[in-house]
Design a protein around this ligand. Structure first.
Ligand code: ME8
Length: 525
């Protein structure tokens, strides 16, 4: 494991309010950032908004405000949402900020001077919503955008182009030599077959048809193509090319920092193909991994404002609490595969994992410790076979959780922990503490209680990157002192004897699936 970690979300378009898909990606990055911090890795987590482009200019015009006013309002809402979701980003970059604009202009100039960019004439099929030009093969006979499937139109303009062929061999080498450069690994074939093998064209990197963007210093009639502008955020936010490059040196240039971009499948080609090429042109290091996550739909239909089926995260957080929403997103969908959001799944997932498994284990354990040991966690004595098995399983779980999380397999990492919690519930059934109590087997009973408390606390540490509010409540319930809340003590077995345990309200009340389905449907618009 490298000793530093830089993780980024895409910077989202503030053209409409954030929906559950944006929240999904941001929460997954947040979990990884919190996980690395928990492991003592120095971490920098970046998100932000991508505020230029024709689409935003049009939206502002429709609303009768300036583009800047338009993006200011939505960017503030994004930030408020991330706060409500307890996102722990270290910075929030907006592409209309001075610190970014200057860097993008410098990047363009450097690549131009380096002979990576030339002035030419662009003709092609243009998709306005995606702000992308496409080739004949890509749009097919129906002339539809291969990304969003809307009609495209012929367009021609004087443009600057980036020479992709110049860097293609180096890019292919990176892809070959680093099997984990694109994750999940099956995404590599998609890149090769859809974009690289059919013949990669030079990338058009300027526009003259609108003006809401960053001007090219050498030719101010041109605006820098929104993707060159947007991708640069990953280094402008670190202070690249500024008076203070300390963060850039630490989190980009240092080979001991792992750089991970997490992006949706819709924008992977920009991150896997063009971004590394721009970086090569600038003589900079390329990222270690581009993790491509799947897209979520609602009940099998693509979420879209016009269809009126967009799930907004805020009302979910207000009703179910931030942890239930974070948990659902992280655990329900295998990170890297497409997923289907449905109200039933949300309610069931909350019930199965949080109410019945984790929550129930906590309630049972705190009640029994109160009843049998006057609310104090007992000390260990000689372990039985079943006790030993729980001890071993706990250690095994920590190991597999670490391996999976380091490999960005977040949902699988969490499943390892829920398996441990299930095993602890089973351990109660098997050891039958109520019988041990009746038979006066105090030492055996004490072991069971101490081991249950230990299992809950270890699981809570492992889940703390996701369950940010509940983790604190669980530590309080079990009287876990600050110095024992961290990861350092995770391998100590049962260091909590004597702790005062309190009986709180159930952390996760069971949901009525029918009632909650109706509620979630009513807020999807
Ligand atoms: O593409 N399911 O911004 P964007 C899961 N500004 N994730 C989803 C999703 C869904 N249904 N819908 C969106 C842009 N996302 C550019 C990015 S980066 C230098 C510039 C997430 O607002 C997913 O991560 O369209 C996707 O890649 C991203 O939002 C696109 O956000």
């Amino acid at each position: 494991m490298k000793n530093k970690f830089y993780i980024t979300t895409p910077i989202y378009y503030p053209s409409a309010d954030a929906h559950i898909g944006h929240a999904y990606c941001t929460v997954m990055c947040d979990i990884l950032a919190r996980y690395k911090r928990l492991r003592g890795v120095e971490t920098y987590f970046l998100t932000g908004t991508d505020e230029h482009g024709e689409k935003i200019q049009k939206k502002a015009l429709e609303k009768g405000v300036t583009p800047q006013q338009y993006v200011d309002e939505i960017a503030a809402k994004f930030q408020a949402l991330w706060k409500a979701m307890r996102i722990s980003n270290d910075d929030f970059i907006r592409t209309t900020q001075e610190r970014h604009i200057k860097v993008v202009q410098d990047v363009f100039s450097k690549l131009y001077k380096n002979d990576d960019i030339y002035l030419g004439q662009y003709e092609g099929w243009y998709c306005t919503p995606c702000e992308s030009f496409w080739t004949d093969t890509q749009v097919g006979e129906e002339h539809l955008c291969p990304d969003c499937h809307r009609p495209v139109h012929r367009a021609s303009e004087e443009s600057y182009f980036f020479k992709t062929q110049k860097y293609l061999p180096a890019l292919l080498k990176i892809m070959d030599e680093n099997p984990k450069f694109i994750l999940p690994i099956n995404r590599k074939n998609e890149m090769m077959n859809t974009f690289i093998k059919p013949g990669l064209e030079d990338l058009c990197v300027s526009r003259t048809s609108f003006d809401w963007g960053i001007q090219i210093r050498e030719n101010p009639r041109h605006i820098i193509y929104v993707w060159m502008d947007a991708l640069t955020n990953y280094i402008s936010a670190l202070g690249y090319d500024s008076d203070d490059e300390s963060k850039f040196k630490k989190f980009w240039q240092d080979p001991d920092c792992e750089i991970v971009h997490v992006v949706g499948a819709d924008i992977s080609r920009f991150h896997v193909i063009y971004w590394p090429m721009f970086l090569m042109g600038l003589g900079l290091r390329t990222p270690d991994r581009v993790f491509v996550h799947g897209l979520l739909d609602l009940n099998g239909e693509k979420m879209s404002k016009s269809r009126g089926n967009v799930v907004s995260p805020l009302p979910l957080i207000e009703r179910y609490g931030v942890d239930a929403v974070r948990w659902f997103l992280a655990r329900e969908f295998a990170f890297g595969s497409d997923g289907r959001f449905s109200p039933e799944l949300f309610a069931e997932r909350t019930n199965v994992d949080l109410a019945n498994n984790y929550g129930n284990l906590i309630n049972r354990t705190t009640s029994m410790i109160s009843k049998y040991f006057e609310g104090k966690i007992p000390a260990l004595s000689k372990l039985s076979e079943k006790d030993e098995a729980m001890k071993e399983l706990t250690e095994k779980t920590i190991k597999s959780y670490e391996l999976l999380m380091d490999d960005l397999k977040v949902s699988e990492g969490l499943t390892a922990v829920t398996d441990l919690l299930n095993a602890a519930n089973k351990y109660i059934e098997e050891t039958q503490p109520w019988v041990l109590s009746k038979e006066g087997k105090v030492e055996e009973l004490g072991n069971v209680m101490a081991i249950l408390a230990n299992t809950i606390i270890v699981a809570t540490k492992l889940l703390s990157p996701v369950l940010v509010e509940s983790a604190e409540k669980v530590y309080a319930l079990f009287g876990v002192k600050k110095e024992l809340q961290g990861y350092d003590s995770i391998h100590e077995f049962c260091p909590f004897s004597g702790n005062e345990v309190s009986k709180g309200q159930p952390l996760f009340p069971r949901l009525d699936v029918a009632v909650e389905t109706e509620f979630i449907n009513s807020i999807s618009k």
